[in-house]
Design a protein around this ligand. Structure first.
Ligand SMILES: [Fe+2]
Length: 210
């Protein structure tokens, strides 16, 4: 990463979700802003380190740590934007329409929408701190559900995020007990903006090479 940081925190209007309180969202937006700030700060500091065209032995430990942390902060920023964007203010309809391309894509890859959902929800229930993400593989158009540890471990290069679910405890701790993550996942589903999901899939599908 060599360009100076100039990422701006976006604003999201998501009041009135079902089962996810405005208070939770307020805390979550603040955390997101922290990732944006850190992504900028780390990018600037790394830019300083390399500005003389050289990373000497003495600089290497600090430079390495900043660079590793950039992956965490940067993905933290980007994944939260995907997450907030695929929620719908006031709540959604639960499941996608059968006529939607996303619904058909789940049938094509998984055999049925129900099997896709069981897989995605199952990943969301995995123990640990991270994300459940449904990607599209642009080399064959198939959907792929994946677990991401923290923000940066497990993202697949080149795959396009279609549906992104935060399962860090901060996403639901004010509304549910830590052991009640399944209830949060249910709430998440009732607030999905399937139009956003559909648009992402359509955009991603244009780059499918198979
Ligand atoms: Fe989060």
């Amino acid at each position: 990463m060599s360009s100076a940081g100039s990422y701006k925190a976006r604003q999201f209007n998501l009041s009135g979700l079902q089962g996810i309180s405005d208070q939770t969202l307020e805390v979550h937006f603040k955390l997101y802003e922290g990732y944006v700030k850190e992504a900028n700060r780390l990018t600037e500091r790394i830019t300083e380190f390399i500005s003389d065209g050289n990373v000497d032995q003495e600089e290497m430990p600090a430079y390495s740590e900043l660079t590793r942390r950039l992956g965490f902060e940067f993905n933290g920023m980007v994944l939260h934007e995907y997450y907030f964007d695929n929620l719908k203010s006031g709540g959604g309809s639960g499941d996608p329409e059968r006529t939607q391309q996303f619904f058909k894509a789940t049938e094509k890859t998984f055999g049925s929408y129900e099997i896709w959902k069981a897989d995605f929800v199952g990943i969301g229930k995995m123990r640990g701190v991270g994300w459940a993400i449904c990607y599209q593989n642009p080399s064959n158009g198939q959907l792929s559900n994946n677990w991401i540890t923290l923000h940066e471990m497990g993202n697949i290069a080149g795959f396009n995020p279609i549906l992104v679910m935060d399962v860090w405890e901060h996403a639901y701790l004010l509304d549910y007990k830590p052991a009640d993550r399944p209830k949060y996942i249910e709430a998440f589903f009732s607030n999905i903006n399937w139009d956003t999901v559909e648009q992402r899939l359509k955009k991603s599908s244009r780059s499918v090479t198979a």
